[in-house]
Design a protein around this ligand. Structure first.
Ligand code: A3P
Length: 315
């Protein structure tokens, strides 16, 4: 087991228990023009985040919400721990350190003191964040640490986030898809505009410390995707390891175990896990609006080619 399940469930229970106490207008706060969920972070935490000290062997995973960060996070934990060959005792110590230090599964979650406590976590730390480059602590982009960037086609990401917003009791619900779609396109959702995230990450596409992978690519051939990731981080795994990790991280396998791994959050998180679900909700006009925005902001870029927009997003 490479994941601190108790800590995840404790966080989920804590977050859900606050939902009855918090009014919809207090569910989000704005920091430097971007919205964040109030039960998970605060302006003070985002201010303190600047002091985060990156280690050169940190394994960093960055992805906008709903791009599949929980899936790839689990894959990363399995790849890392298989390469490290932690003994059962070492694994227990790593899990206990996270529990004792009360760290979170996302870099920008928690109280402002978390970055001091994270200094005491054993290496290699796996750091997951939803933040785009301009909002990351400076040490991440200045250090030698490698960053894996996860992207997903913007239409499925939008649909996934819509359902998430309306299922999460600690986020304000939208009264309709149309109302939500306007907010998504204008970046008026937590973590801001997805297109803006993509534009910012595209600036790093040739950086050798950064690797981009797409949700769709992992769905097409997870083993190939994991081999590329392992080569990038110089993890040494054998064919059987890749097969085992692929089997334990299928959507079905993770969904079936989700009560154990994510408590109540599991039913919300593991929704459909497919490519192309946007076709159920996007109107013709919304399709055109997204296609135009993508073309205006990312048309002709290497990231657009990597994301295969025409294949996954054109009606
Ligand atoms: P859907 O809502 O389209 O089903 P995140 O973890 O960043 O919040 O992303 C959540 C999305 O990843 C959800 O998409 C979820 O179903 C999908 N997902 C989670 N685990 C997955 C897995 N093992 N395989 C494929 N998709 C998965």
């Amino acid at each position: 087991m490479s994941r601190n399940r108790e800590r995840v469930i404790e966080t989920v229970e804590n977050v859900f228990s606050q939902s009855e106490k918090i009014a919809p207008e207090d569910m989000m706060f704005s920091y430097k023009g971007v919205l964040y969920p109030a039960v998970l972070s605060s302006p003070e935490t985002l201010e303190a985040l600047k002091s985060f000290e990156t280690r050169s062997d940190d394994v960093i995973l960055a992805g906008y919400p709903k791009t599949g960060t929980n899936w790839l996070g689990e894959i990363m934990r399995e790849l890392e721990s298989t390469d490290a060959k932690y003994t059962e005792e070492e694994m227990k110590e790593r899990i206990n350190a996270e529990k004792k230090l009360e760290t979170f599964s996302r870099l920008e979650f928690g109280d402002p003191g978390i970055y001091e406590r994270m200094k005491k976590l054993p290496s290699r730390r796996i750091i997951v964040t939803h933040l785009p480059p301009p909002l990351l602590p400076p040490s991440i982009l200045q250090s030698k640490a490698k960053i894996l960037v996860l992207v997903r086609n913007p239409k499925d990401t939008a649909v996934s986030y819509y359902h998430f917003y309306n299922s999460m009791p600690v986020l304000p619900s939208f009264s309709s898809w149309d109302e939500y779609f306007a907010a998504f396109m204008n970046g008026k959702v937590t973590w801001g505009s997805y297109i803006h995230h993509l534009v910012e990450w595209n600036k790093y596409i040739d950086d050798e410390r950064i690797m981009m992978i797409s949700y769709e690519e992992l769905k097409e051939d997870q083993i190939l995707g994991m081999k590329r990731i392992a080569a990038f981080f110089r993890f040494n795994l054998c064919e059987e390891d890749f097969i085992r990790i692929a089997q334990m991280t299928t959507f079905q396998a993770m969904k079936e175990k989700s009560k154990e791994t994510h408590g109540k959050f599991g039913d919300i998180l593991f929704r459909k896990g497919v490519v192309g679900n946007w076709r159920d909700l996007f109107s013709k006009a919304q399709n055109e609006e997204m296609d135009q925005k993508f073309e205006d902001c990312l048309g002709g870029t290497k990231l657009a080619a990597k994301m295969k927009y025409d294949m996954y997003c054109k009606a």
